[in-house]
Design a protein around this ligand. Structure first.
Ligand code: HEM
Length: 456
């Protein structure tokens, strides 16, 4: 039937049952990595895929990725998944576009410059000591859930570096945050087909969590205003308070502040925790790598804490983290939406279609990586990395939307890997099947149970 339904008509369009829809969506989530890998293997560097009502243009070559992400970035907005996550995250830096994004990036980027990140080294080492202490308590006992411990670590670091606050002192912030994160994931998976007002327990939990996070933000702002210099500082929270107060409508400013903070916490903690989960798992499986890491850590650091200037001296440790992010890039897919039609390396892309670049498949492209599935940190030794296309390796993305927190994320990952190597040896629980789970970040399914031992 075509045309407009008459008032009072009760016809329901045909379609799969709710259970069948969820089963389909579940399969899509479970098999997304395989879907992308077999498309790349079967069809090459440019693939056009029809998935349900959508057509996806998938580019898996560094030059094509460069065109979409950098050279003609102005023709692409954030795409499938991120658009949907926006309903949970609002217009934070990760999901905003156009003038608003430019303004936000100009405000936030300076607070993540190397000099500022260098000043945070002590916070990272203090939180790393706390992490190692918690892990140490597991020696001689059953496995510890490593991903959870790492998440506590990364949230601890972000709370202190971004907000100068102990997030753990706020009752229920963990739960509220988890609810928003769950919702962002749910929105991505269901493509926002379930209205926010739907009386599902999940939606109620989400709305409650957003309110609770607003209370937290209000408390943080009040505390900051009550300090002797008020909100005049240069850190992330002060910078955001000043910038959002400049909004003509205070309500708009309040919502923007909440969305910016939740976005930064979300974008910054899960990615870094995933990087560290995969790195620690791979090191546990490769005793020769663990031995070289320990040697470097003891040689460079002895028994003192790492400082920012040590980063370039911890070169093998950096290579190990880079290689873990090659095999398991935390941001495994970069979705975009074309605004106008485009010519991507000779391929025609219509306007208003979904385009993706997939770091997971690009990092395993056989033309750019020999034995791509083998874990070999020496690939990132400067002599081996010199001739590789820069866009064959994009764990932090590329072009104007390049990760704003990359220096902080790398410092966290390298410091923790070096400090762990010096003190402990972690081994994934025998028999545990390690399966990558492509969620907001590329997680280890079921967390990562690891047994803890002294390093030597
Ligand atoms: C090892 C850890 C990390 C990895 C692998 C990572 C990866 C990425 C990637 C690939 C993008 C680009 C997304 C796209 O183009 O669609 C991105 C963007 C972003 N990241 Fe990270 N990230 C990490 C750590 C962090 C940290 C610590 C923070 C902040 C505290 C952060 C905040 C952001 C933000 C706000 C964006 C959006 C930037 C924009 O669109 O202007 N990330 N990240």
């Amino acid at each position: 039937m075509t045309g407009i339904l008459e008032h009072g008509a009760k016809l329901t369009p045909p379609g799969p049952s709710r259970a069948a829809t969820f089963r389909l969506l579940h399969h899509l989530v479970a098999d997304r990595l395989r879907l992308m890998s077999s498309a790349a293997e079967g069809y090459g560097d440019a693939v056009r895929m029809a998935i349900g009502p959508k057509t996806l243009y998938f580019f898996n070559h560094p030059e094509l990725a460069k065109h979409v992400l950098a050279d003609n970035a102005a023709n692409y907005h954030k795409g499938i998944g991120l658009v949907q996550a926006k309903r949970a995250l609002g217009d934070g830096l990760l999901t905003s576009e156009g003038d608003l994004w430019h303004k936000q990036r100009r405000t936030i980027a300076p607070t993540f410059q190397r000099k500022r990140v260098a000043e945070q080294a002590t916070v990272v080492t203090e939180e790393a000591h706390a992490l190692i202490g918690r892990l140490r308590a597991g020696i001689g006992h059953g496995p510890v859930g490593l991903t959870d411990e790492l998440t506590t670590f990364t949230l601890g670091v972000l709370g202190r570096t971004l907000l100068d606050a102990q997030l753990s002192t706020f009752d229920s912030i963990g739960q509220s945050f988890e609810a928003v994160q769950d919702q962002a994931m749910f929105e991505m998976v269901t493509l926002s087909m379930v209205p926010l007002w739907a009386p599902l327990p999940k939606q109620r939990r989400f709305r409650k969590a957003r309110r609770a996070l607003e209370d937290v933000v209000r408390a943080l702002v009040a505390e900051r205003d009550g300090r002797p210099g008020g909100s005049a500082g240069e850190d992330v929270l002060s910078t955001l308070i000043v910038s959002t107060r400049a909004e003509a409508d205070p309500e708009v400013g309040r919502v923007r502040l909440r969305d910016e903070l939740v976005t930064l916490l979300l974008a910054g903690h899960e990615t870094t925790a995933s990087t560290l989960s995969w790195t620690t798992h791979l090191v546990g499986q490769h005793p020769e790598v663990a031995a070289r890491l320990r040697e470097e850590s003891l040689r460079v650091l002895g028994d003192r804490d790492p400082e920012f200037e040590d980063l370039h001296k911890l070169s093998y440790t950096t290579q190990v983290v880079q290689e873990a992010m090659r095999l398991y890039p935390p941001v495994w897919i970069l979705p975009r939406l074309s605004l106008a039609e485009d010519n991507v390396g000779g391929y025609h892309v219509p306007a208003n279609v979904d385009v993706v670049v997939c770091p997971y498949t690009m990092h395993r492209h056989p033309e750019f990586w020999t034995n791509p599935t083998v874990f070999d940190p020496d690939r990132f030794h400067p002599t081996n990395a010199a001739n590789r296309s820069r866009y064959a390796y994009i764990p932090f993305g590329a072009g104007p939307r390049f990760c704003v927190g990359n220096s902080l994320g790398m410092m966290e990952a390298v410091f923790v890997t070096a400090m762990l190597a010096r003190e402990l040896r972690l081994i994934t629980k025998p028999g545990f099947e390690v399966v990558p789970e492509p969620m907001l970040s590329l997680r280890v399914r079921g967390g990562l149970p690891m047994t803890v031992h002294e390093a030597n």
